[in-house]
Design a protein around this ligand. Structure first.
Ligand SMILES: CC(C)(COP(=O)(O)OP(=O)(O)OC[C@H]1O[C@@H](n2cnc3c(N)ncnc32)[C@H](O)[C@@H]1OP(=O)(O)O)[C@@H](O)C(=O)NCCC(=O)NCCS
Length: 409
């Protein structure tokens, strides 16, 4: 039977849930289902149907994401799954191709996603644009460097997460524009951040939070869980599990971390999905105690190269002709002249000879500013025709701080 594609309607929600549960091999508890539904835009969903049976699905969340220079609309690709009975028949490929065409038609130039497996999305033109770190920090021996910032005006306040939501929202809104990858949070997205169902606790207690503030108001917050535990010899062995931590300035940031590392009866702090340039790395006198690992974070796809490259800002003036290879979105596959200076950027089609040639995924990986181009050049996936062109483009596209999505969608 042939497969047809169309948006999934609200009345087909249970079929959608069946696909998700079968594809991911896990039940979706009712509270998670409710949260997921709360962020779902049905008109931006896409189902693959065999007759009436939903066999594959994906959806897009309309995000406003920070890119170098400011926020732009970005399609947040989510909920990708294919029924195990129908895998490896090209269903994901047809969903991805159609979704990218829909996104372009809607006027969004960029899509982003988090990948369950890193091998899936490169073939569709997505590039690994950001990394995140995970830490398991033993609380002993975590002194800060001598010149760690401190502000005597700052104090800590223990708050109930459900009562301090507006404080969190305000602080997050202030920091969101600083880091490429962070995106605006709708109320439904905040419901996800603050979800505190017992099933989310995985052996730890309810969500806890602290706010740091001075006389003028809040300057940062941390949301976390604690898990009480003692060894067989009654030595405290508790765990702090960080959900998120944002500070408006270095002193607020340092105090929040100091608090997490100093809580009584806790032997270690676990923090996942931290930015790859987390300031904590520079605060700890012995950064090896982070026991850090890393993971791919956001993947970025330039759906419309012309508009995407013109939409961001650049760290240095640049004037290069880029030959883009793109079989999935053929409208991108041509030569583009990117010219940028401090007043803005222009990207226009050109017949001039290419200075460099690269797959669209490499451009997507570099888009948020955290992926220098020398490495893909050394790997042979990017070819330079004019000496110096790769360095010129790489320098111009680089940006600080490092990109990071902050919250999986
Ligand atoms: C990942 C998934 C969506 C792929 O769907 P699918 O319909 O089987 O994919 P397709 O048949 O269109 O595959 C297209 C290509 O990608 C490859 N591919 C698909 N899934 C892959 C994976 N997990 N790892 C590596 N390659 C993969 C296929 O081999 C195929 O390659 P080919 O073109 O060289 O033959 C599906 O297996 C699934 O639902 N997995 C579990 C849930 C999940 O991980 N979802 C992604 C969430 S981010």
């Amino acid at each position: 039977m042939s497969i047809s594609l169309r948006p999934v309607t609200e009345s087909e929600w249970s079929g959608w849930m069946t696909v998700e549960e079968e594809a991911f091999g896990a039940a979706v508890p009712p509270h998670r289902e409710k949260l997921f539904r709360g962020t779902t835009e049905f008109d931006r969903s896409l189902g693959a149907f065999e007759g009436d049976l939903l066999v594959g699905v994906t959806s897009v969340d309309s995000l406003t994401m920070t890119v170098p220079g400011g926020p732009i609309p970005v399609g947040g690709v989510t909920a990708v799954g294919v029924l195990p009975s129908h895998r490896r028949r090209g269903i994901l490929s047809s969903l991805m191709t159609r979704q990218l065409a829909d996104v372009r038609e809607r006027g969004e130039a960029v899509t982003a996603l988090y990948a369950s497996e890193a091998a899936i999305y490169g073939r569709f033109g997505y590039g690994r644009a950001a990394d995140s770190m995970f830490f398991t920090i033993p609380t002993s021996g975590t002194a800060f460097v001598r010149n760690a910032p401190a502000d005597p005006a700052l104090r800590l306040r223990v708050v109930r997460p459900d009562e301090a939501r507006s404080v969190f929202e305000k602080i997050f809104e202030t920091v969101r524009g600083d880091r490429p990858g962070l995106y605006e949070r709708t109320p439904a997205r905040w419901d996800v951040v603050l979800s505190d169902h017992e099933a989310d606790q995985r052996g730890a207690g309810p969500l806890r939070a602290v706010v740091v503030e001075d006389d003028d108001g809040p300057r940062g917050y941390a949301i976390f869980r604690t898990k009480q535990s003692f060894t067989d010899h009654d030595v405290p062995d508790g765990e702090v599990r960080l959900r998120e931590l944002y500070g408006l300035d270095p002193a607020a940031y340092a105090l929040l971390w100091r608090h997490l590392l100093d809580r009584d009866l806790m032997s270690h702090v676990k923090a996942s999905y931290r930015p790859s340039d987390d300031p904590l790395i520079h605060l700890l006198a012995e950064p090896r105690r982070l026991n850090a690992g890393w993971l791919d974070d956001l993947w970025i796809r330039l759906v419309d190269v012309e508009r995407a490259l013109a939409a961001r800002r650049y760290s240095a003036p640049v004037d290069v002709v880029i030959e883009v290879e793109d079989t999935v979105c053929p409208w991108n596959a041509r030569r583009w002249r990117l010219s940028a200076d401090t007043s803005g950027a222009r990207c226009t089609p050109t017949e001039d000879p290419a200075d460099l040639t690269l797959p669209v995924a490499v451009l997507g990986a570099a888009y948020l500013g955290g992926r220098p181009l020398a490495a893909p050049q050394a790997a042979g996936v990017l070819r330079e025709s004019r000496p110096g062109a790769v360095r010129e483009l790489s320098t111009a596209m680089s940006w600080e701080p490092a990109p990071w999505g902050g919250l999986m969608f």
